[in-house]
Write a protein that binds this ligand. Structure first.
Ligand SMILES: Nc1ncnc2c1ncn2[C@@H]1O[C@H](COP(=O)(O)OP(=O)(O)OP(=O)(O)O)[C@@H](O)[C@H]1O
Ligand SMILES: [Mg+2]
Length: 275
């Protein structure tokens, strides 16, 4: 029941057309857009403060996040994980370097363009769920589409709602839902618009291990079944083991990168990072 990974009914700015000969029946040797990374950062630097003790939260970082992959970002507290995610999501601006989302260099965008980009092309899941308390689960899930004036794909809505097991909770207010259910609403909200990338910052940080495992399974299934791209910050080696890849930051730099992480391999790398 896999569905295509098209980045949604997106009226958002698309990358520039491929140079010439798009009508050629010859197989192209130029890598097509499907194989280009969903997000990439080059020389990304973020300095907080200008006084005697500026903090280099990101220090010339280069990284690519593959389309249709689930990547975990790990590293000690203060290593720059949230700063990286915020700069890649257009929530914060870098001091220097560049971030590309699909074909768009977001570094040079103005505030209004960044707002549109976040609304149209990015999904978010935060540690604190961030649901609106006066709206039902269903209204929360539909809210970003409503704000963006986007038509809702009802087949996708049904698929996402059933996948996260919320069918019988749609009419409930967040206060009537458990933490795990609230985070599943947030995951459904992030996935509904088929954004080019879903960013999750400690999505299981406030959940017990069983609810956390459910949320992680849904994120992983969205990658497998919907071709979603997911980038998740986590401290938890068990959470990272759900990902296809784990990258490790220290002092604002990428210092390690492993494919198919297991809880054990991640723990091992983290111990060495803390040395
Ligand atoms: N708004 C800010 N002003 C000043 N310094 C900041 C700001 N935000 C982050 N920093 C600093 O930048 C560095 C990186 O912070 P960041 O929040 O990205 O780390 P993190 O890896 O997400 O940490 P944690 O695991 O604790 O969430 C830290 O030294 C932090 O103190
Ligand atoms: Mg953080």
């Amino acid at each position: 029941m896999s569905r295509t990974a098209a980045p949604g009914p997106s009226p958002a700015p698309e990358p520039p057309p491929a140079p010439e000969s798009s009508t050629s029946p010859e197989p192209s040797t130029v890598p097509d857009r499907a194989s280009a990374p969903a997000v990439s950062a080059r020389g990304l630097t973020k300095v907080y403060g200008t006084g005697a003790t500026p903090v280099r939260a990101l220090d010339g970082l280069d990284v690519d996040f593959d389309r249709g992959a689930f990547t975990a970002i790990m590293g000690p507290s203060g290593s720059g994980k949230s700063t990286l995610m915020h700069c890649m999501a257009g929530l914060d601006t870098a001091t220097s370097g560049s971030v590309r989302l699909g074909g768009t260099d977001i570094t040079g965008l103005k505030d209004r363009q960044l707002t549109a980009l976040r609304r149209e092309r990015v999904g978010f899941v935060f540690q604190a769920f961030n649901l609106l308390p006066m709206l039902t689960a269903e209204q929360n899930i539909l809210l970003p589409a409503q704000i963006a004036g986007r038509r809702v794909d009802t087949a996708r809505f049904d698929h996402v709602v059933d996948a996260v097991g919320l069918r019988d909770r749609l009419g409930h207010l967040p206060a009537k839902l458990s933490g795990g259910q609230q985070q599943r609403v947030a995951v459904a909200r992030a996935l509904l618009g088929a954004p080019e990338v879903v960013y999750a910052d400690e999505p299981t940080g406030n959940l017990d291990s069983r609810s956390g495992a459910e949320v992680l399974s849904f994120l992983r299934d969205s990658v497998r079944e919907l071709g979603q791209t997911v980038v998740m910050v986590t401290h938890d080696p068990v959470a990272a083991s759900y990902a296809d890849r784990a990258v490790f930051l220290r002092d604002g730099r990428l210092v390690d990168d492993i494919a198919h992480p297991s809880t054990e391999t991640v723990l091992d790398r983290l111990v060495h990072l803390e040395d």
